[in-house]
Design a binder for this molecule. Structure first.
Ligand code: SAH
Length: 376
């Protein structure tokens, strides 16, 4: 489908150039980050360029993280000119970059071409350089505890806009000889409500000629969209799939996650387990602990029952306060108690205090802050 569209664009480009010598109009610009190796090969051929240029171009963009055509000095002037007229390598700008006090987390706020804001977070731990990417502007899930959905849903990001977040962060890391090693789809948006772009972006980032990331180092987090889980299963990807569970039963879940009304918990868990079996990994469940909502002992016991006999890991995340939301983080004692009950019942559990609290690093918080500041 895309190949057809791209071919059409190239055809129009060639026609306008050769027959009428029309100037190239903006709307024919192609986002470079969605161009596959085969498509670039095709373009180079139709532009009368030798095939070895493909490797040189990808090397600049994806390995050296250079996005300015002027700096790609081993390409002929003529080729750079053609690339400039056809491809966009910079579709959005960095508005703000904030480091957490401990220097482990950096948040990047981007302004997209249409003026909307999204964010990405870089998390450093040991040798890992993990980027948390956004998949949508706003979020249709509107979970009670999350900043992303507070202003509603604006639009899906394109696969190129997702890949560009990583390329731009790689450009920052290149200054200190580092590279992004892991990706998590846990920024703004519900990835499985934008499945096509998410899948294409994974394929792009994991292509060995492009960013060459291992699929096993990519994690998609979902609120539990049953048809999306099935779609990912069909694609035969090896990425990890994580469920934002946040409740031990359908009743509590419905209170904090509106999509729970549409997708029953047993169907979601069946899908997640099936996916985990195919990828030969433990299923992972995220559980944000919110005082008085899902943090009591009875909830911990119920959670053990729900997960009994399943090969899985539970990540407990104490709620990170979101301005304007009247929910609270439980006391440390309650968190420890919850964790202990799970451990006693042989559920593998980790407790993750949200990194970068001081820079509003929880999902969607910075973009929300920016929009609120602009509106006031
Ligand atoms: N829509 C997807 C991806 C968004 S990331 C999903 O629901 O999984 C969602 C994750 O962001 C949650 O699982 C949690 O880890 C984190 N998160 C969102 N709001 C949070 C908050 N207020 N406090 C702590 N973690 C939060």
């Amino acid at each position: 489908m895309f190949l057809k569209k791209t071919k059409l664009k190239f055809l129009l480009y060639s026609l306008s150039k050769t027959l009428y010598n029309f100037p190239i109009v903006e709307e024919y610009m192609i986002d470079f980050y969605k161009v596959t190796p085969q498509e670039l090969e095709f373009w180079l051929k139709s532009a009368g360029e030798p095939a070895y240029r493909k490797k040189q171009i990808f090397d600049w963009v994806y390995h050296q993280s250079v996005c300015d055509l002027e700096l790609m000095t081993n390409l002929s002037w003529d080729l750079r000119e053609k690339l400039k007229q056809n491809f966009s390598l910079n579709s959005f700008d960095l508005v703000r970059q904030m480091d957490s006090y401990d220097g482990q987390t950096t948040k990047f706020l981007w302004r997209l071409a249409d003026g909307s804001y999204v964010e990405s977070v870089l998390i450093r731990s040991d040798n890992r350089r993990t980027v948390c990417v956004s998949s949508q502007v706003g979020c249709p899930a509107r979970c009670a505890f999350c900043a992303s959905g507070q202003k509603g849903f604006m639009r899906n990001l394109s696969s190129a806009e997702i890949v560009e977040q990583v390329v731009k962060i790689n450009r920052e890391l290149a200054k200190i000889n580092e590279r992004v090693s892991h990706i998590v789809y846990m920024g703004m948006g519900e990835p499985l409500k934008n499945t096509e772009s998410v899948i294409s972006s994974i394929r792009q980032m994991c292509d060995e000629e492009l960013l060459n990331l291992s699929q096993r180092r990519v994690t998609v987090s979902t609120v539990g969209i049953v048809e999306g889980i099935r779609r990912l299963q069909k694609e035969e990807l090896k990425v990890s799939l994580v469920l934002s569970l946040h409740a031990p039963n359908q009743h509590v879940r419905k209170k904090i996650i509106p999509y729970a009304r549409k997708y029953p918990l047993d169907e979601i868990i069946a899908g997640i387990e099936q996916y985990a079996r195919r990828t030969k990994r433990n299923a992972t469940y995220e559980y944000i602990l919110i005082e008085g909502v899902n943090d009591q002992e009875k909830h911990a016991w119920e959670l053990c029952e729900l997960l009994e006999g399943k090969q899985c890991t539970v990540n407990l995340i104490p709620y990170n306060p979101v301005p304007g939301v009247r929910l609270r983080r439980p006391k440390t004692k309650a968190i420890r108690n919850f964790q202990r009950i799970l451990e006693k019942n042989r559920v593998t559990v980790t407790c993750r205090y949200t990194k970068g609290d001081d820079i509003a690093a929880a999902c969607g918080q910075l973009a929300l802050q920016e929009e609120t500041e602009l509106a006031s």
